[in-house]
Design a protein around this ligand. Structure first.
Ligand SMILES: NC(=O)c1ccc[n+]([C@@H]2O[C@H](COP(=O)([O-])OP(=O)(O)OC[C@H]3O[C@@H](n4cnc5c(N)ncnc54)[C@H](O)[C@@H]3O)[C@@H](O)[C@H]2O)c1
Ligand SMILES: O=C(O)C[C@H](O)C(=O)O
Length: 329
């Protein structure tokens, strides 16, 4: 192992997602087998004892890539020198709630964590927000960290992206590895728009391969958009292992680059592309390279897609206005 260690902070580390995420991070799923990882784990004080138990299990795995683990309840200490922060810690919704219902409960967490990151994170910090409502939490953290460039904040729509690929593969009999250029637009919420009109299956246009507009409208889009609720209904708890896996996929591609000829979905601060108001953290098709991202330009948006993108973006603007009224940004 030759490269120097990377400091990765994870919040909500004693939670459900944490229990899957930490072991994948420690075993090299994010940085590969040659880069040691230093885990910095943040929890609220009452959860620290449970977190100690998780750290005992991490020790017991004897992962060669795990350089060190530090735990604590002070973001200013845990984020100190962090190169990557995965902000997972937040209350999940339960049956019958929409993710937007969590705005107030979780907003305060991201105000404090944005401020702490602003103070103590490394200059090359990248921040991925998984905790819901992810887009607006990322906006809150970004607005509370004025010294960190806005393009370092992203929110997770990779789980939706992966769900969309999986549904399309099941419908067409294609392998997931044959599907490229999937796009999630907008909010990580029921208004999101999973778009297969630009997606490809083994190089052919996915919507043409499907050839079934009714399936796209009445089956595919709602299944992907409401998958989180379906999992809560079935499991009695929100998705965890798949969310951890998507959190790693998103961070890995951000740091190491998206595949040639493909793109990924990430919620990033809009520059006005595709009519999304500047500054909203909205999901776009992006290519990534060495920790930078770029919104894919020039995609044709027809009326059907336009209406769905606009609806999700309108919800993001409402969430922004709500947290602004709460004084969080
Ligand atoms: N974006 C996505 O695709 C996606 C997918 C699944 C879940 N989620 C969201 O991720 C979040 C976590 O889900 P979970 O199932 O792990 O929940 P969980 O309740 O099991 O764990 C959350 C943890 O966060 C901790 N926490 C709360 N406040 C904190 C703070 N200020 N600092 C540090 N830690 C804090 C809690 O103590 C708890 O251990 C939820 O908001 C959930 O809705 C997002
Ligand atoms: O749906 C939820 O509340 C959890 C998560 O955002 C998901 O999409 O599974």
């Amino acid at each position: 192992m030759s490269t120097s260690p990377v400091k990765v902070a994870v919040t909500g580390a004693a939670g459900q997602i944490g229990y899957s995420l930490l072991f994948r991070l420690a075993s090299g799923s994010l940085l590969g087998p040659d880069t040691p990882i230093q885990l910095r784990l943040l929890e609220i004080t009452p959860a620290l004892k449970a977190l100690e138990g998780v750290v005992m299990e991490l020790d017991d795995c004897a992962f060669p890539t795990l350089d060190s683990v530090e735990i604590g309840d002070d973001p200013n200490h845990i984020f100190d020198g962090a190169n990557l922060a995965l902000l997972v810690g937040a209350r999940p919704r339960t049956k019958g709630m929409e993710r937007g219902d969590l705005l107030e409960a979780n907003g305060a967490i991201f105000t404090a964590q944005g401020k702490a990151l602003n103070e103590v994170a490394a200059d090359d910090i990248r921040i991925g927000v998984t905790g819901n409502p992810a887009n607006t939490n990322a906006l809150i953290a970004m607005k509370n960290a004025p010294n960190i460039p806005a393009d370092r904040f992203t929110a997770l729509t990779r789980l939706d992206h992966n769900r969309a690929i999986s549904q399309l593969a099941a419908k067409t009999g294609a392998k997931v590895s044959d599907i490229s250029k999937m796009t999630i637009w907008g909010n990580h919420s029921a208004t999101q728009y999973p778009d297969i009109f630009h997606a490809e299956i083994a190089g052919r246009n996915a919507a043409e391969v499907v050839g079934d507009q009714a399936w796209i409208e009445n089956d595919f889009i709602p299944t992907v958009a409401k998958r989180g609720a379906a999992i809560i209904e079935a499991r009695g708890a929100s998705s965890a292992a798949s969310a951890a896996s998507a959190t790693i996929d998103a961070a890995r591609d951000w740091l190491q680059g998206s595949a040639e000829g493909d793109w990924v979905s990430m919620a990033v601060a809009s520059d006005g592309s595709y009519g999304v108001p500047e500054g909203l953290i909205s999901s776009f098709p992006v290519t990534t390279k060495n920790g930078d991202w770029e919104i894919v330009q020039g995609l044709e948006i027809d009326e059907f897609s336009r209406a769905r993108i606009d609806a999700s973006v309108a919800e993001l603007a409402e969430e922004r206005d709500a947290v602004s009224q709460l004084g969080l940004i």
